[in-house]
Every structure is written in C-alpha cells, then in structure tokens.
Design a protein around this ligand. Structure first.
Ligand SMILES: [Zn+2]
Length: 399
C-alpha cells in the first residue's frame, strides 16, 4: 500500500463574478480530481480557529502538528528548507526580491517573476556591495542567496521583542513608506530595505529589466529556531516531500522526511510538473510508502489576483500531476490511497489567504467510486474534518 498527499496550494477560493459566480475549481473540468473525489470527499479545517491562515500553519496542521503550541514563525521553517541551521538566539527572516516603482510603491512581491541566475546575481551583487555589507554587519544581518525571489536572511541577537513586518504580497500598489518595519530591529531593517533599493535599482541587470526591475529586498515573516517531532515515528510511514518552496521543504526536513531538489521546480506556473511527478514515483520505486507532492502555483497566481493564471495553474495540476499519477501508479503499486486538498483558500478577490475549511478528497484504488466534480460546492455536502491534525490518520487508515 502506498499513501500519497497532493497539495495544490491555495487552489480553493470563493465564487467571483469574473467566473460567473464560480470558483476556479467549479469553473474547470478536472477529470483527474473528479476521479479522486469518487472516494470520500468533504471539507477540512486545516487552520485552527484564531490562527493566521498561511501555508505554514495549514501544512503544519495537515502534517499533524498543533500550531497553537510551540510554533515560532515561518522563516525558521524556510531556513531549514534552504539548509540554513539557526543557532540559539538567531531569527530567520523571509527576504523577498521585490519590484518597487520609481515613486516607491510595491509593484510586485516576487520581483516581477525574477528567478534563476538573475535572482542569484542580484542578491550576490547586493551582499557584495561595500555599503550594504557594512550596514549588514552592524545590524548582525546575513543574507543566504537563492536562485528564486525567495531569499533567507538571518539576524543575530534577535531577542524576544516581536517583529512587525508587512507581508509584501499584501501591500501591492501601496507606498512602501507606509509599511516599513516596526517592532524588533525596525530601524536597521528599514535602513537595509532603503539601501537595497538604491543599490539594486542601478544594477545593469535591472536596468535591462526596465519596469520589471527586481530592485528591493523586503524582510518579513520572522521566526526563531524550532524543532518538530519525527513523521516516521508518529505515523510509521516515510517518503519524499516533493516541492519547490523552502517553507514546505523545511517542514519536511524538520520532520525527518527527504525533500529532493527537482531541476526546474520553480514554485510558479511554469514549474517542472513531470519532474516532480517522477520524483514522487521514484520515491515509491525506492521503497517509500508515503509521498507528498506540493505545487505552489495556484497560490502565487491568486496572490497576484490573476484569474486566468490561477485557473490555468489548477488545470495544469490536474492534467500534468493528477491524471498521469492515476495512470502510472498501478504499475508502481496497484494499491494506493490519495489525499488531495487545498492547504487553505487563497482569494482572487483580495489576494489574501483565508482560513475557512478547504475541500478535500480521499481516493482509494481498491474502491475508487464514481467520479464527481472536486470543488468547494461539492465539499459543502460531504464529510467535515473539524481537526486538520487528524488528516494523516485518515490517509493512513489509522483509528
Ligand atoms: Zn499555501
């Protein structure tokens, strides 16, 4: 028996006028997800009431952790995912490469899609700039360059004072001066943001990118060092977590699960779907009995409030992940269960996460059932999982 967890991140939504009063999942014809919904289907509360909804709180909950105790913020998870081990007293920060307009407004939280060699070159140029290096040293700040818009920063002597850092995807179009850091280390972090804009705006690569310049670093989502109990100890199953994003890699690695790096897995709509599916199946061929496949694109497209892109990202998840998975699994192991769910809702209407219960389906190859649409409307009439930390028990047929 093999157990598969599929997470099309932020794919669930609320009905919008642009789609004739439907959500993207309701508007699309998704034969793969419909086959999965032939099993048990319904809604699950993946984010406990009173907890801020995000991929961190939702995916930790899905992996069986109670985020109301002992959770110290997403950047610690992201740092682990990027291979950065935090020392006692240090805090990790997510640092986005953003695009800022000439009149200093937040144009893009992901540097207008900057990635790969371009992202690396810009961050290395910034870290290597003499003025930025001196300011960083005085602030006890280190940036760990990565080939995406998602960088990891580490601050030493983080203390206990709370950080108050704006989420860049929530201030699109707004003057950044209204959203500069408050709370812990506010002055130094503000100075680093301002200096990064001056340095990066002049960089030849950004001059060539024109109005898509990734010209500012933006720290947010601070977190102090943390540990998680082992997944294999808790559930008796183990296998890879296939994902492009450091946050989910970090949850996997801190839980003792491998998180392979898949070439071309970017976290955006053009990610290497086939390579990610191969990595999942390779895990099973290598003896794993569990595997998770996470795709970030629907969430990112919803943050950008791009209806067409979010819809297309979900269509690709169905066509390039779910359908070929169902075709190829019987040759790997004819007995398998698949849990598919949106970790949380991400709303096209405002670009924000939403913690309402998210639709899920649980498929069993031994009793597949009749296909039916997988969407928020269907979920209203199905099972209700009030405690998301029990979802893995459901997948693993425990208790
Ligand atoms: Zn998410």
């Amino acid at each position: 028996m093999r157990y598969i967890l599929l997470i099309p991140d932020g794919s669930a939504d609320k009905p919008i006028p642009e789609l004739g009063g439907k959500t993207p999942l309701m508007a699309l014809d998704l034969p793969g997800m419909a086959a999965l919904a032939g099993g048990i289907a319904g809604k699950a509360r993946t984010v406990p009431i009173g907890v801020a909804p995000g991929s961190d709180t939702a995916i930790l909950t899905i992996f069986g952790h109670d985020v109301r105790s002992g959770y110290k913020g997403r950047a610690a998870l992201e740092a682990a995912g990027a291979g950065v081990a935090l020392k006692e007293g240090e805090a990790a920060l997510r640092v986005n490469l953003c695009s800022i307009t000439p009149d200093k407004r937040m144009k893009s939280h992901n540097g207008c899609g900057v990635e790969g060699g371009d992202a690396l070159e810009l961050v290395r140029a910034l870290a290597g700039d003499e003025a930025f290096a001196q300011l960083s040293e005085r602030a006890g700040f280190t940036i760990h360059p990565s080939p995406t818009f998602r960088q990891i920063g580490v601050l030493d002597n983080a203390g206990d004072e709370p950080f108050q850092l704006a989420e860049p995807h929530m201030i699109l179009g707004q003057p950044i001066a209204d959203h500069m850091p408050k709370g812990a280390r506010a002055e130094e972090l503000t100075a680093l943001i301002s200096l990064s804009y001056d340095i990066l705006s002049r960089h030849p690569l950004n001059l060539a990118r024109g109005d898509k310049a990734a010209n500012c670093v933006w720290p947010w989502a601070a977190g102090r060092a943390m540990s998680l109990p082992g997944f294999a100890d808790k559930y008796g199953h183990t296998g890879p977590v296939v994902t492009a994003v450091p946050l989910v890699k970090g949850i996997a690695r801190l839980s003792g699960l491998p998180a392979p790096d898949v070439p071309g897995a970017t976290g955006d709509i053009d990610t290497n779907y086939g390579g990610k599916l191969d990595a999942l199946l390779d895990g099973f061929r290598g003896g794993a009995d569990f595997g998770c496949l996470h795709v970030e694109a629907p969430d990112e497209c919803a943050h950008a409030r791009d209806v067409e892109a979010k819809t297309e990202a979900i269509r690709r998840f169905d066509a390039r992940i779910v359908q070929p998975l169902l075709e190829r699994m019987p040759a790997v192991d004819p007995s398998f269960r698949v849990l598919i769910l949106s970790d949380h809702l991400t709303l096209l209407s405002n670009g924000a996460h939403d913690g309402d219960p998210a639709p899920f389906a649980l498929y069993d190859s031994r009793k597949p059932g009749e296909p039916r649409p997988f969407n928020e409307d269907m979920a209203r009439y199905g099972h209700y999982v009030a405690d998301g930390t029990t979802l893995m028990d459901l997948l693993f047929e425990r208790g």
